[in-house]
Design a protein around this ligand. Structure first.
Ligand code: GAR
Length: 210
């Protein structure tokens, strides 16, 4: 049984999608803990209601980014994680923290990377006039939102789209791609070759939403 530790900062809908898939698809894994840097994160109650251990570690209680990341690593390691899953965890991580979980920490980002790293991805996609948008799951590396891509979900940007409508449809796509990526990682099916993620046996690493 492998241990998955999920880090959140807010609603936790991706965390919930992963927890649900873990249960219904009977993965050889458990969600060992959901950890938030914000006590008010809605996802904490959602996780607790599913019987998942939850913990809060506020970044405000730590003087430096390094001190927070060191305390966070101690907390995470208490759950003996095989995989650390960032699911709307809105913190920039220090290189030391990223290094510690190299190859066993993944993130979801609401854009088709390498396009639109950082914040406000949907507004920026609309502003840029892109016709295709989506979300990416990637291994976490020191450069923000730039690690090897595990899977992407893509959809058409509609002329009628607003930031809200686009965010909603991308989030629904996230809920489909993130559990797949986590499952592949848990099943030891991912390999990074020259910066490119391969799944063995092969699987579609692009999901296009009609
Ligand atoms: C998701 O859209 C996720 O891609 C995004 O935050 C949202 C969290 O939603 N993450 C980032 O922007 C990371 N840079 P959730 O809490 O309902 O899963």
């Amino acid at each position: 049984m492998k241990n998955i530790v999920i880090l959140i900062s807010g609603v936790g809908s991706n965390m919930e999608a992963i927890a649900r898939a873990c249960e219904t698809e009977r993965w050889p894994a458990r969600i060992a803990a959901v950890i938030s840097n914000r006590a008010e994160a809605g996802g904490l109650a959602t996780a607790a209601a599913r019987g998942i251990p939850v913990a809060v570690l506020s970044h405000r209680d730590h003087a430096t980014r390094e001190a927070f990341d060191a305390a966070l690593a101690d907390l995470i390691d208490g759950y003996a994680p095989d995989l650390v899953v960032l699911a709307g965890f809105m913190r920039i991580l220090t290189p030391g923290f990223v290094e510690r979980y190299a190859g066993r920490m993944i993130n979801i980002h609401p854009s088709l990377l390498p396009g639109f790293p950082g914040l406000h991805t949907h507004a920026r996609a609309l502003e840029a006039g892109v016709k295709v948008h989506g979300a990416s799951v990637h291994f976490v590396t020191p450069e923000l939102d730039h690690g090897p891509i595990v899977i992407q979900g893509a959809l058409d940007v509609l002329p009628s789209d607003t930031e809200e409508s686009l965010a909603g449809r991308v989030l629904a796509l996230e809920h489909r791609i993130y559990p797949r990526a986590v499952r592949w990682a848990i099943e030891d099916r991912l390999q990074v070759v020259a910066g490119v993620v391969q799944v063995t046996p092969p699987e579609p690493q692009l999901l296009v939403m009609a």
